[in-house]
Design a protein around this ligand. Structure first.
Ligand code: SF4
Length: 337
């Protein structure tokens, strides 16, 4: 995950809850991808260090367990950079330039296609190879992704296969997608949730901020007055949130029940303003222990630093072995031995 600031609840339900399951059953590696952040944010690097801490705090407070999984920072594992150089040599330029994720990222640099191309740096263009190195350096065979990220893995598989074929080995696994169910969580304005759209609710938001943000949620646009019956199926944001929080077995004993909300909405017993107040209570109730843990951890930066250092060491242990093998496979002198 790129360090671009505090995570929002879309990240929580879209990725992090799945990671909690994965760390139970797999040898998991969770990486804060600070070099990837530089591919587009190289001009202003002032926020990257802070963002690394914020992500680490978010991950640890939601329950990512550094005793089970390796929680580490990409730039603390220099073997990733070395593998990136070596894999760059075997990755055809046409493959790199044809990677759909790269095309999207270049398009986002500017509205004008020519200008976007001018702005794309060598580092950005090489990002598919860097991402492949992130995965292969850990000999990762499964990567938790959404369906829309499958093309990234296709590229990583192609490079792994090419390396194995070129050097006549069966060394790198061809990483497969570990699809995870990701409920689409809208922002408070009904659009896709995103930090840059300023429509998100952060894991670390205060209870008051959460109330204020939920107050802005778009509801049933056909409901003008409180006395008009509401339609939960037309309610754009609060109702899907109710479903997610109260009905998803995420809370064992939710204080608010869906059937009550539906009945009171559709019979005009409750207005949208009050309904959103209740939703905010539910969201705050759900995140209270996470936020409490986060606040406590934030006051103990030494502990967070030690956790990351421990993860860096764990990840490097695997990466060093991979690079020793790769140097040997490629008949390179191993100066690090
Ligand atoms: Fe949505 Fe609640 Fe308003 Fe019904 S009462 S439309 S569920 S916000």
């Amino acid at each position: 995950m790129r360090p671009t600031g505090r995570l929002h609840i879309g990240h929580y339900f879209g990725a992090l809850t799945n990671w909690l399951h994965l760390q139970e059953s797999y040898d998991a590696f969770f990486m804060i991808a600070d070099w990837h952040a530089l591919t587009t944010k190289y001009q202003d690097t002032s926020q990257i260090t802070q963002s690394i801490w914020e992500i680490a705090l978010d991950w640890l407070s939601i329950g990512i367990d550094p005793d089970r999984a390796a929680v580490y920072v990409q730039s603390a594992v220099p073997e990733i950079a070395e593998l990136h150089v070596l894999l760059s040599m075997v990755s055809p330029q046409s493959w790199v330039e044809g990677e759909p994720g790269l095309k999207d990222m270049i398009r986002m640099l500017a509205n004008d296609e020519e200008e976007a191309r001018q702005k794309a740096t060598y580092g950005l263009i090489g990002y598919p190879v860097l991402m492949t190195s992130d995965i292969l350096v850990m000999k990762g065979d499964l990567v938790p992704v959404g369906k829309d990220q499958e093309s990234h893995l296709e590229f990583a598989r192609d490079v792994a296969r090419r390396f194995n074929t070129l050097y006549g080995v069966d060394y790198f696994p061809e990483p497969q997608a570990k699809y995870t169910s990701t409920p689409l969580l809208k922002g408070v304005d009904g659009q896709k949730m995103g930090k840059s759209y300023n429509n998100d609710i952060k894991i670390a938001d205060t209870a008051d901020d959460t109330v204020k943000k939920i107050r802005q949620m778009i509801t049933d646009r056909t409901r003008i007055a409180k006395s008009d019956p509401g339609h939960t199926d037309l309610c754009e944001v609060p109702w899907p949130y109710y479903n997610l929080f109260a009905n998803n077995m995420l809370m064992e004993h939710p204080s608010i029940f869906l059937s009550d909300v539906k009945q009171q909405c559709e019979n005009a017993i409750i207005g949208c303003v009050d309904c959103k107040v209740r939703l905010a209570e539910l969201v705050n109730e759900f995140f209270a222990p996470i936020r409490e843990k986060r606040e406590k951890l934030a006051k103990d930066p030494d502990k967070v630093r030690k956790i990351l250092e421990h993860g860096n060491t764990k990840a490097r242990h695997v990466a060093k072995q991979t690079l020793a093998d790769v140097r040997e496979i490629m008949s390179l002198i191993d100066w690090h031995r």
